[in-house]
Design a protein around this ligand. Sequence first.
Ligand SMILES: C[C@@](CO)(OP(=O)(O)O)[C@H](O)COP(=O)(O)OP(=O)(O)OC[C@H]1O[C@@H](n2ccc(N)nc2=O)[C@H](O)[C@@H]1O
Ligand SMILES: Nc1ncnc2c1ncn2[C@@H]1O[C@H](COP(=O)(O)OP(=O)(O)O)[C@@H](O)[C@H]1O
Length: 321
Amino acid sequence: MLSVVPTPITVRVPAKVNLHLSVGDPRPDGYHELVTIFQALSMTDEVTVLVAEEPGIDVHGDGADSVPTGPSNLAWKAVQLLAEHSGRDPEEPGVRLSINKGIPVAGGMAGGSADAAAALLALNHLWRLELGRDELSEIAGRLGSDVPFSLQGGTALGTGRGERLVPVLARHTFHWVIALDRRGLGTPGVYTELDRLRAESKPNRVGEVEPLLEALATGDPRQLALLLGNDLQAAAVSLRPGLRRTLRAGVQAGALAGIVSGSGPTCAFLCTDADAAVRVAAELSGAGVCRTVRVAHGPVPGARIVSEDRADRPTPPQVHA
Ligand SMILES: C[C@@](CO)(OP(=O)(O)O)[C@H](O)COP(=O)(O)OP(=O)(O)OC[C@H]1O[C@@H](n2ccc(N)nc2=O)[C@H](O)[C@@H]1O
Ligand SMILES: Nc1ncnc2c1ncn2[C@@H]1O[C@H](COP(=O)(O)OP(=O)(O)O)[C@@H](O)[C@H]1O
């Protein structure tokens, strides 16, 4: 018997940085109420989904060794949730995932969330579910607080756990230098450390978000640099004191400002323009304060299909006997 097998679908999905991250008190469900501004950056993962009798995941690229390939992989959880949602057997979804990591693992740049968002979008097409963005975003929010933003991309205001999003006007491109640390930091531990610090002293809190929204609208990186703020930074630095040196080194290298990205330990440095970012990156890599340095820009779009060769297209499909 002949059966037509849809060809694989690849989705490219961006990392994020939080330009503003205001963390409230813990809620009864253990999450913290946030007011955050996400920006999607030009560091990306690629996730390919393909129909396969033998389900599974393979992971390639930077940090692949520390990404789980079993059921705890967030992208696999996305496969199972979407299978369940669409009446398939979540234990036998009949697909393989191939993940190519360009986003640092456990770096505070939402790499796992990005892969989950990519898997949702790719399967929506592979399985021809035709779910709209709102429905996908609702499913994404059940996988993790950052997953809806990985789908949406651009620049957005996040509230609630970070999953309720409103797009933000940011007409200009901002240029960043990203300093990757040698080891990751676990997100829950960083939130717990912030609660601990707050119980014993009164660490500074970031201010209101409105001035930062105005700076984004003007597109002036100097104005934006003055307003970057992250309540989790103190907790990340407390757990990883070496980050203080990294943050200082980036500014000494010529960045306008530096910030810990989300729960860290990655640090993001805002630069005046693309040339300045290249200069800062070169100097920072020579300072020996981090594992590696990259240049990125934002905002960029959220998860999007970069290769699609569906059976209903004029190109011939693969045919398996
Ligand atoms: C800190 C942030 C900032 O954008 O990102 P990362 O730096 O980790 O990428 C996010 O809040 C991380 O979002 P995400 O990684 O999706 O977190 P989730 O899977 O939903 O939750 C993991 C754990 O983080 C804590 N958590 C997360 C979100 C939130 N608003 N309050 C919390 O306290 C909880 O301990 C939760 O059990
Ligand atoms: N697809 C995935 N990519 C990366 N990490 C994953 C993935 N699925 C599960 N994880 C686990 O999630 C943890 C957090 O990873 P990641 O999402 O990259 O960081 P962060 O939450 O700091 O943004 C990792 O330590 C890893 O064990």
